[in-house]
Design a protein around this ligand. Structure first.
Ligand code: MN
Ligand code: MN
Length: 459
């Protein structure tokens, strides 16, 4: 096998004691992604953890000074954590960025119907998925029901102990010959992703008795009526916990590791380092999977708003200060990379592929075809990063997202690049990215966390 350069597998660096620390850290991560499957759940869990560690809501603070720990919450779906540095903000920030939304099936706004005495929920998929992977699995429904009276009801159906689950059915193999002759992209089509949620009729009802029974259950459980679906944000996600993977428990299989693996490690890094020279930031955004759009995506001005508020409350706001704060910043824009898959080697170019066990992955660029849609990081910046990671004894590797012209993908890096800051794509390698269950290597998770700590302290 040929890996990037001649580095060693990072597991070999660890003795029993340091391996235990690594395993304990990854157990915290495994629990986090088991309990938090939506952008809202991730944001609220991290706000809770940040609050316990002394972070305060920016909007509630009158004056801001060095050493303050603050958070900015955008609609409960995007989050920025700040540790205010000793140097003025115009000297730039050290930013760790990642996204907390993941591919899933969103329940439509008029979703519930009855067909041959089944009750089903119609969905619209979110992000890029191979639709055939999402059928015949136990699924859960997470999200919120927002009612006209202003109340917001949290929903977690299918992941509480003892909960039933829901499921999308598929054609049995015995009758599947026509289906299997189709192209992979249409084996299961978008409008076929209907979730089975009931089959028991309500007594004394003539028409749509199964649907009426489901509505009666929803009314009792959540106090909702059918029209309330219009103001719901309900996400159908794989049910169940993330698990250790392999005879050696060296990996984790779980839903939504793109990009919670980078979000969790970035957040833990900012929690665990102190004494900021320049201001530390951990930026966790929504809507990356659909193009970073909307108020909570990276294209939104919410991060700039937060920086404005900090400048103003530390008594030094000017348009120039804001622009310098952004353009003098250094950022690791973290998102998962495609891990080399021994089952499908043909889509990779091995010298420039990410391998499990070789640490945090740096992509000078992402994009498709001739790097379209990419941020292309400056080599001067990459050299600085190499220096601090080598000095910090952190394992890292360089990769592209697969072979030239095999496909491609984008991240939030180029959006931050628009401010003129130094930014590079980095992150953890993932097997079967965007499948209901994705796989990561524990040593890579831990090396990413160490990469982020070294970056905050030394860049
Ligand atoms: Mn993705
Ligand atoms: Mn991603």
């Amino acid at each position: 096998m040929s890996y990037s350069f001649d580095d060693k597998n990072a597991w070999l660096k660890y003795d029993n004691r340091s391996k235990k620390k690594l395993m304990d850290f990854c157990e915290g991560y495994r629990k986090f992604i088991s309990e938090n499957k939506t952008e809202r759940e991730c944001a609220s869990a991290l706000i809770k953890e940040a609050t316990a560690k002394g972070f305060k809501d920016i909007t509630t603070v009158k004056k801001i000074k060095a050493g303050d720990k603050l958070y900015y919450n955008k609609m409960g779906k995007a989050l920025a954590l700040f540790v205010i540095g000793k140097e003025p903000l115009r000297n730039g920030m050290k930013i760790l960025g990642a996204h907390i939304d993941s591919p899933r099936l969103d329940v439509k706004q008029n979703p519930l119907y009855e067909d041959n005495e089944f009750a089903l929920l119609d969905t619209h998929y979110y992000g890029g998925i191979k639709k055939y992977q999402w059928v015949t699995l136990p699924m859960a429904i997470h999200g919120v029901i927002c009612k006209k009276d202003g109340s917001v009801i949290n929903v977690n159906f299918g992941d509480n102990p003892g909960d039933p689950v829901v499921c999308i059915s598929d054609i049995l193999i015995h009758l599947g010959s026509d289906q299997l002759a189709k192209k992979g992209s249409v084996v299961v089509e978008g409008e076929d992703l209907n979730v089975t949620v009931g089959s028991m009729p309500l007594k004394k009802e003539e028409k749509e008795a199964v649907k009426k029974n489901v509505l009666a259950i929803l009314a009792k459980k959540y106090g909702m009526e059918e029209k309330d679906f219009m103001s719901c944000e309900l996400e159908v996600v794989p049910a169940g916990d993330a698990r250790d993977l392999g005879f050696d428990s060296s990996m984790i299989i779980g839903y939504g590791q793109d990009d919670r693996v980078c979000a969790y490690t970035s957040a833990q890094a900012i929690f665990d380092v102190s004494n900021a020279d320049r201001t530390y930031v951990c930026l966790l955004v929504d809507k990356e999977e659909i193009g970073s759009v909307g108020a909570t995506g990276m294209h939104s001005r919410f991060f700039e708003d937060a920086v404005c508020e900090i400048l103003t409350k530390s008594g030094s706001y000017s348009e120039l200060d804001l622009r310098l704060a952004m353009s003098n910043s250094h950022m690791l824009s973290s998102d998962v990379s495609a891990a080399f898959d021994p089952n499908y080697p043909s889509v990779f170019e091995k010298k420039n592929a990410a391998f499990f066990g070789y640490g945090c992955v740096f992509n000078k660029f992402t994009g498709a075809r001739g790097k379209s849609g990419s941020n292309d990081a400056n080599p001067e910046y990459i050299a600085k990063i190499r220096k601090i990671l080598d000095e910090g004894n952190v394992s890292y590797q360089t990769a592209e997202l697969g072979k030239v012209d095999a496909g491609g993908g984008g991240t939030i890096a180029y959006i931050m690049g628009n401010y003129g800051m130094n930014v590079i794509d980095s992150g953890v390698a993932v097997l079967n990215m965007h499948a209901p269950w994705e796989i990561t290597s524990k040593v890579d998770i831990y090396e990413a966390y160490n990469t982020y700590k070294v970056f905050l302290q030394n860049i």
